[in-house]
Design a protein around this ligand. Structure first.
Ligand code: CA
Length: 233
């Protein structure tokens, strides 16, 4: 995933760069509108983070020109604006921007927006297999799981391969009641030999990682006498 950061304030550009590089994105920086267009043509970024007030060519102009470049990948555009700064025009998003962020913003806010946009791009581009419910996004190619928090932020879940596969099974069949035997077949295959209560151990661990309150699970419910089911309504 390549990101082009267009921002004339060098410190802010560097800050965004550091924060997204840390998240594993490949970042490029342009400090004015004209070089932004040049770089966009060469890099063909997935996402452009575009400051509104720029020297040479402002953000709105860059935005509309990018849309007319006929790039192979039509990039997502996240507009940055200072409070009160022509914000109405940006909010209208008649500009061709996909989303906007008002300065000053926190690094977490930025990362959450970027992820949300790129997830959208993957869904449309079909580059990665994504399974999702309201609170969970699982990327089967990258083996990553993200939980959407109710405050709008996102949390990357740190799951073992087994926990990940368990969550995939649940997310693929919301509301399905699973017996322990079915889950074992799914996770270990038919040659599993052992106590099927092992499932309970893994469920308990997974709950600790994904449930806001593991003692009163809101996602992985126990179905007494049968097994488990996953709900995310
Ligand atoms: Ca600026």
């Amino acid at each position: 995933m390549e990101i082009l950061i267009v921002e004339d304030e060098k410190e802010i550009a560097q800050l965004i760069n550091n924060c997204l590089t840390r998240e594993g994105f490949e970042c490029h920086i342009a400090y004015d509108g004209l070089s932004a267009l040049e770089k966009a043509k060469i890099i063909q970024p997935d996402l452009i983070i575009l400051d509104l007030m720029l020297p040479k060519l402002d953000g709105l102009e860059v935005c509309s020109q990018v849309r007319n470049l006929g790039m192979t990948k039509d990039p997502y555009i996240l507009m940055l604006t200072a409070k009160g700064e022509e914000i109405d025009r940006v909010i209208g998003l008649s500009t061709g921007a996909d989303d906007y962020l008002v300065k000053p913003f926190s690094p977490r806010e930025l990362v959450a927006r970027v992820r949300a946009l790129l997830r959208r791009s993957m869904r449309h581009g079909g580059q990665a297999q994504i399974n999702e419910t309201r609170h969970f996004t699982l990327n089967l190619d990258e083996h990553t799981a993200i939980r959407q928090l109710d405050n709008g932020e996102e949390e990357k879940l740190d799951l073992t391969a087994l926990e990940f596969n368990l969550l995939v099974a649940f997310v693929n069949y919301p509301n399905k009641v699973w017996t322990r035997t079915q889950l074992i077949d799914k996770l270990w295959g038919a040659d599993f030999f052992g106590d099927e209560r092992v499932v309970d151990t893994h469920i308990r661990r997974l709950r600790k990682k994904i449930e806001p309150n593991p003692a009163q699970p809101s996602f992985i419910k126990t179905v007494v006498g049968v097994g488990y089911k996953f709900e995310d309504n």
